[in-house]
Design a protein. Structure first.
Length: 316
């Protein structure tokens, strides 16, 4: 029973997608048949584009569908919770930037980099562009969800609150029946493209030291945040962290908060210590304002690139 559950679980399907994508990409590099390679790559690039469009289209709906009704459920505490959330997100992002910069000044001068990476192969253009524009930009959806939720809570608009709860159920069905099932395919196509281009086999060894250090930095910062949260809530943070493997794998594989958001929601709902209303409020909100992972990565990578190109990290 447990074995069958694991085989059908999201982490297993994501790992299969990664492995299958890499194998197909490497195989296309070996095949000496341009017609076959081009045909397969056309399918890969076009499918990846369409799935990416569908995922991006869903993000504003997810933000509105989860944040707005969650704010109405918080009632009079909504304004205070929003202020606390923004303050925590800003403090964490600033702390991650300082932590990354300090690590860069301590570690990068002692690392040896090679700047002679081989050129990457070019991918074909998308065969046809099935453009699926978002109904609104992500930040517009975030502001609308916050304003709509706060106004509904302030005015005690029961009709709108009921509508938002029904809308949340609809979006949850879209996430569970559409977005989650296509994610393994999207990740597999992404890694297939990377493997064919040569990013995995050629560029990765050049930056392997940096990537490993950044991932360790992620784990350290995540551990710090969860330890602080565990101390505050008096709960074991491992009860929450153990569910987040699929979300982290999706984030690393796609480098897209849009693709990671539905997975993070699904993972958070499995963590028993977390309140469901705060999960629906916090996950979409922090996905757009809590950028500690991106800040940590970009600061360290910029310092590493400066070392590669100019022989030194930027002056403090």
């Amino acid at each position: 029973m447990k074995k069958n559950f694991f085989l059908h679980s999201l982490p297993f399907r994501l790992l299969v997608g990664v492995a299958f994508g890499i194998c197909i990409g490497l195989l296309l590099n070996i095949i000496d048949e341009p017609a076959i390679t081009t045909a397969v790559l056309n399918v890969v690039v076009t499918s990846k584009y369409i799935l990416g469009q569908l995922i991006s289209f869903s993000v504003p709906l997810i933000i509105i569908g989860f944040i707005a009704p969650s704010i109405t459920k918080l009632g009079n505490n909504a304004s205070r919770m929003l202020g606390v959330a923004v303050s925590i997100a800003y403090a964490s992002s600033l702390g991650a930037a300082l932590f990354s910069a300090l690590s860069g000044y301590l570690l990068i001068p002692h690392l040896s980099f090679s700047s002679t990476a081989s050129h990457l192969k070019a991918l074909p253009d998308v065969v046809f562009e099935l453009s699926i524009p978002q109904i609104m930009p992500v930040m517009s959806a975030l502001v609308l969800a916050i304003m709509l939720g706060l106004a509904s809570a302030w005015t005690k608009a029961s009709l709108i609150s009921s509508f938002l709860e029904e809308f949340q159920k609809i979006i949850l069905a879209i996430v569970s029946r559409v977005i989650i099932p296509i994610l393994p395919y999207f990740i597999g196509l992404t890694f297939c493209s990377l493997a064919y281009e040569g990013t995995i086999t050629r560029q990765l060894p050049v930056f392997l030291q940096v990537i490993v250090i950044v991932l360790i930095g992620h784990f350290i910062w995540i551990a710090l945040l969860y330890i602080l949260a565990g101390i505050y809530s008096r709960e074991n943070p491992l009860k929450v962290v153990k569910h987040y493997g699929p979300a982290y794998l999706t984030a690393i594989g796609t480098m897209s908060s849009a693709a990671t958001l539905p997975v993070a929601l699904q993972c958070a709902h499995r963590a028993k210590p977390l309140r469901k209303d705060l999960v629906d409020f916090g996950i979409p909100l922090f996905a757009n304002i809590h950028l500690c992972g991106s800040v940590l990565t970009e600061v360290f990578f910029c310092m590493a690139i400066s070392k590669i190109l100019y022989g030194a990290v930027p002056a403090p």
